[in-house]
Ligand binder design. Sequence first.
Ligand code: SF4
Length: 319
Amino acid sequence: MKTIEIEPTFESWQAAARALLRDETPPAQVRWREASNARQPSLPHEPTSSGAVKVPRQFLELARQAAAASDPARWQILYDVLWRLVHEHRDLLKDPHDPGIQRLHGLLTPKAAGPDGDGAARLVPAGAGLGELRAAAARCTGCDLYRQATQTVFGRGSADARIVFVGEQPGDQEDRQGAPFVGPAGEVFDRALAEAGLERENVYVTNAVKHFKFEQRGKRRIHQTPRATELQACRPWLEAELTLIKPDILVCLGATAARAIFGDTFRITKDRGRFAATRWAPKTIATYHPSAVLRGETETQQAELYAMLLEDLQKVAQA
Ligand code: SF4
């Protein structure tokens, strides 16, 4: 039996599933485990048959949607279906009576986003100012993330700010202090802002998800990437902030925020640093999250990431 650790994302599962297929590992011999910052599994990489495996595009689309579900069995279900598509029956998806296909479709049935069932949408007071929004968000139970976190971390800044920064979610220090970008990543952010000639007091800073999602390991709380369903549940708060502020420039910090604004196909490594008009701001741009700088494995890598972040913030300052 192989235990495969993956991050709870489609991309992480896909990379692991490809390696398992190359290794001819049947589903019954795989146990899937979710972990943030999981390393790619080290499996033998010898191709066993005729090279790259081809699967129907429809399966990839279904798998991408199913990956956003909350059922922990979804990775196993996906690999079962993938294995059978490759080894048994390429038209498997056309069989609505097949139990595996039924389980796959069961993952796609919309589930309640949390105890209130519909995310934050019905909790957002219509026509509210920032203070009222902040107070309402403090009581939000739109998804399960409020249960474990210390408090809601709403955006900080003035409704008159012309530049809005959106990150992914609060971190450990933000969760404790109740303010965005105040931990180690906040220090990197402040340094880059100052070097770019921007002042924190003049911008609005918020996150796509307002509660800290983490995994407790001993005394440490390890950041976990929010699921698509959690992003969706929390989106009404971000939309309310952006609708009220109507920024001239919107800056997405990191891949999660960028995808929330530009869509799922956005790739931070490829698409960062370019302005585009979105429904939220005439000039919207994405760059690296300051925490990515801290995650650089060497000083050189950290310096390179910081330079790219600074370069993009300089574009913002000049715009
Ligand atoms: S993460 Fe967002 S939607 Fe979920 S409980 Fe917190 S504020 Fe509400």
